[in-house]
Design a binder for this molecule. Structure first.
Ligand code: ZN
Ligand code: ZN
Length: 223
């Protein structure tokens, strides 16, 4: 569904991904778990009446498996370029382990085999201040080393990946266990107050579409 003009949310049972839709290009933010690709292509074809090949960039907010599980499949279908922060790039290249311990890694290996996920070499390595369409990259390490937010000063919308969740009318962290580097996380979140934010699009929960500034201030005060 369209959250605000040009931003469509594909809410999954577990994880969300988003489409930024312009006349000439479509940007996909995150890809969801393995097996999610047909949901994205169907939404493009049936709801937006657009072709999956109209996606020209796939931006990954961070390398956790629930956000990159369908990456190789969607890249294959769309031919889109993949953009990720270099600190999170190795996992999608098929190198290194996923955070989360031996059990999580075994599960991921199995899912990769079942869904035939392949390593992906990103074409675009993102750094602070880079632009993807109208959106600027804000490097927000903490949840993962290469976590990023994408902020658009025109519509004041920000994609925060797993940095923030919106539950019970408040912004929350992804949970203590899911913050790899707490000091960096806190610093990253505080930096978001430098931006004029009205809409917050999260990786796992409903979006914040009003009062975002106040909710963010309240969250920072609770850190
Ligand atoms: Zn995550
Ligand atoms: Zn996640």
């Amino acid at each position: 569904m369209e959250i605000i003009s040009g931003i469509h949310e594909l809410r999954g049972r577990i994880v969300n991904c988003y489409l930024i839709v312009n006349n000439d290009e479509i940007i996909l933010i995150d890809t969801g778990l393995p097996g999610n690709s047909s949901k994205i292509t169907k939404y493009l074809e049936n709801t937006l009446k657009r072709s999956p090949q109209d996606i020209n960039t796939i931006v990954i907010t961070h390398n956790h498996f629930d956000h990159v599980g369908s990456l190789s499949k969607i890249k294959e279908i769309t031919g889109a370029k993949v953009a990720i922060h270099p600190a999170d790039a190795d996992f999608i290249r098929g190198k290194g382990n996923h955070v989360g311990g031996a059990f999580a890694n075994a599960m991921i290996k199995l899912l990769k085999i079942i869904y035939q996920s392949k390593p992906v070499e990103p074409e675009i390595l993102l750094s602070e201040g880079d632009l993807i369409g109208d959106y600027q990259v804000i490097h927000t390490p903490g949840h993962s080393p290469g976590s990023i937010c994408l902020y658009n000063p025109k519509n004041k919308a920000i994609f925060v990946g797993d940095n923030l969740q919106y539950t019970k009318g408040k912004l929350q962290s992804p949970g203590e266990k899911l913050i790899l580097e707490p000091a960096k996380y806190e610093e990253s979140i505080k930096r978001l107050l430098d931006y004029d934010i009205e809409v917050i699009l999260t990786g796992h929960t409903a979006p914040v579409t009003s009062d975002a500034r106040h909710l963010l201030e309240d969250f920072v005060n609770r850190l």
